[in-house]
Design a protein around this ligand. Structure first.
Ligand code: BGC
Length: 425
């Protein structure tokens, strides 16, 4: 049973995950400045400002389309019917994992061909070979586009490492794989990021939607840019905001970055997204408990278990730590562990909410805030206790009563529906 602890050290760990209003304001100002620099094509911006070649849907988009949702270790193919005015019917759906005990399609020892053959076979399951379909592809990695269908992967994120995809046009790889497996009836015609897909799907049914964001395994935001540089004509830009780097980091952030596939990249994502929050928490509690790091795998779902534990003696916290780390904590230590988990999760929500405010200030200017709906997908926003509340509180802290004009809306079928809308456009 671990019962000895150093309160000031524990408090310091929590403080290292706590960001006050003044820091948030500095972050928002830097975020806003990076948007402006990015629009001017200035390399000092940490944003990629990727053009989507799409504005908002007209809501008249109709027909049956294949949607491919490829952005994490779960890949989905869907046959979707768009009925207009926000109405959508999912006719068929198939999902496959890219990593199991038997195979791994995201490691450096896998080739682009075998990854895309695997995906093409999944598409076949919903599309068959008889009928012709247009395919919209939600590809949730930073990609440089020259038109709606031509997206070249700049760099993998989320610890993907499959060889032969970086630098390539992803729909060309997909098309070749579809042909190899006898499915040339399916024509890839559009590639979009999941933030863009989420924004499109929400704007298909709701007014004032101009920001789309993902708070899940990865993190990123896209918004409708009306006036500036790169976004002429008016189009949705994918910021790749997970790469934002003007932040206040702590020692655990630095450790995560150093041991990641891509040190120095995706600094914000490594502080806020589901892929990393469990690891941040684990590194912090190893420090708190003065234990060696044995690379125990904590994930977002574990944090959710800890934050949901309302029992008097924090039984779930005790059991989870015992099961994962083979140690027993007394009740008081469980309280500290829960507080550390909360600080990790709340920091994520506060940083992301701040980035939304920065985007809104960029769109509206300083004088007046308009109505905005931010369409959000991802397990953190959908399922993590305290998350949405922490985002809303942060918005009140930053912009007061105007926060009532900013609506955070869950859009959890965006990646599929958005891809279908893009194919229709
Ligand atoms: C990718 C983004 C994506 C986000 C959410 C990030 O790792 O770089 O393109 O939108 O994850 O899936």
């Amino acid at each position: 049973m671990i019962t000895i602890y150093n309160e000031s050290k524990l408090q310091n760990i929590i403080d290292s995950f706590t960001i006050d209003k003044i820091e948030l304001e500095k972050i928002a100002a830097a975020f806003r400045r990076d948007i402006v620099l990015g629009l001017e094509g200035d390399s000092l911006s940490s944003f990629k400002m990727l053009q989507s070649y799409l504005a908002l849907p007209t809501r008249t988009e109709k027909g049956q389309f294949i949607a491919l949702d490829f952005g994490g270790t779960n890949v989905r193919a869907l046959l979707i019917e768009l009925l207009g005015d926000g109405k959508v019917n999912v006719i068929k759906k198939a999902t496959k994992q890219l990593v199991t005990a038997d195979y791994n399609y995201i490691s450096a020892s896998t080739t682009a061909e075998s990854l895309f053959d695997f995906i093409a076979n999944l598409i076949l399951e919903v599309a068959g070979t008889d009928k012709e379909y247009l395919l919209g592809h939600t590809f949730s990695f930073p990609s440089m586009q020259t038109d709606l269908n031509n997206a070249r992967l700049i760099t993998w994120t989320k610890e993907f490492a499959t060889t032969g995809v970086e630098g390539e046009v992803v729909n060309e790889l997909l098309k070749a794989a579809l042909e190899r497996c006898g499915a040339s009836n399916i024509k890839p015609v559009a590639v979009i990021n999941d933030t863009v897909a989420t924004l499109l799907a929400a704007a298909y049914k709701r007014d004032h939607t101009d920001i789309g964001s993902i708070c899940g395994t990865g993190h990123n935001t896209a918004y409708l840019e009306s006036y500036h540089g790169l976004a002429k004509p008016r189009m949705i830009l994918n910021l790749e905001s997970g790469n934002f780097d003007k932040l206040f980091t702590n020692p655990y952030d630095k450790m995560i970055d150093e041991r990641s596939e891509k040190p120095g990249e995706q600094r914000m994502e490594k502080m806020v997204s589901g892929k990393y929050l469990g690891v941040l928490f684990y590194l912090a509690i190893c420090d708190a408990l003065e234990l060696a790091d044995k690379a125990v795998d904590f994930d977002g779902a574990d944090l959710s278990v800890i934050l949901s534990d309302q029992s008097q003696n924090l039984k779930a916290v005790h059991q989870l730590i015992k099961a994962k780390m083979a140690i027993e904590l007394d009740e008081e230590m469980c309280v500290w562990i829960k507080a550390i988990a909360e600080s990790v999760v709340i920091r994520s929500a506060r940083l992301i909410a701040t980035s939304y405010i920065a985007i809104i200030w960029h769109i509206d200017g300083n004088e007046f805030i308009n109505e905005h709906t931010i369409a959000i997908d991802g397990s953190l926003f959908e399922k993590m206790p305290l998350y949405k509340e922490a985002m809303q509180k942060t918005m009140y802290e930053m912009i007061g009563e105007d926060a009532q004009k900013v609506h955070l809306m869950l859009e959890n079928s965006g990646s599929g529906v958005g891809a279908a809308i893009a194919a229709a456009i």
